[in-house]
Design a protein. Sequence first.
Length: 244
Amino acid sequence: MIATGIEFLDRLIGGIHEGLTILYEDSGAGGREFALTMLLNNAGKVPLNYIAIAKTEKEVQREIALTFPEMKTESEIKVVSLAEYYFKDSVVPMKWITEKSVLEIIREEKNILSKLVEVFDDVSGLVVLDSITDLARISRKIGWDSVIDLLKGFKSICIQKNILLLALLTSNVLSKGVEEELFETADGVIVFELSIERDSISRWMYFRKMLGIMPLLEKERIMKYNTQIDPSKGFTISKIMRVI
């Protein structure tokens, strides 16, 4: 089990068990900030890894620094970018993405899934995958069944090697059936929602499923967590909604 680094949550559930957990979020609702907070708060405790499908290493480092400007970001996070594989056959000029020559890229026969497997063989501890949404966008080229099989394989190796994989997924991009297939594959699904009212915006989080933790939440009768993004503390919980 790996601590979330969010004090209230860790007191309640202790952390998240190793395996595959999907962070399913409305864009801007806090799923990404939750993942970054876990990484930053676990610096020095477990190996930390960030695997970006479509972002460059510089983009990831910039995002971490700007998301939490008051938190210490000089941690041991190993960032791996697969952007050159993602954009390899696209209209995007490769000089925008990588310093490798076009010839080097053409000679590289691996597709993004085989490269992802190679990268995953070298990780341990806590891993953030950014994102399933990006993998889904290129599923027409590589096959959706291959993406599902890969995630199932990731889940299996995570359990064997005691790795916690947090995989980001943007809500309402994929069809309902595809989302359900992904949720069925995962050990846990944490949902992050935005509630937009006339004069305010609220962020909410709840556990849709979570192996080994749901009984604790049911006992506490917690329905949802109201969350905030603090520049010095990261992702925080401000209040909870309980079933009476």
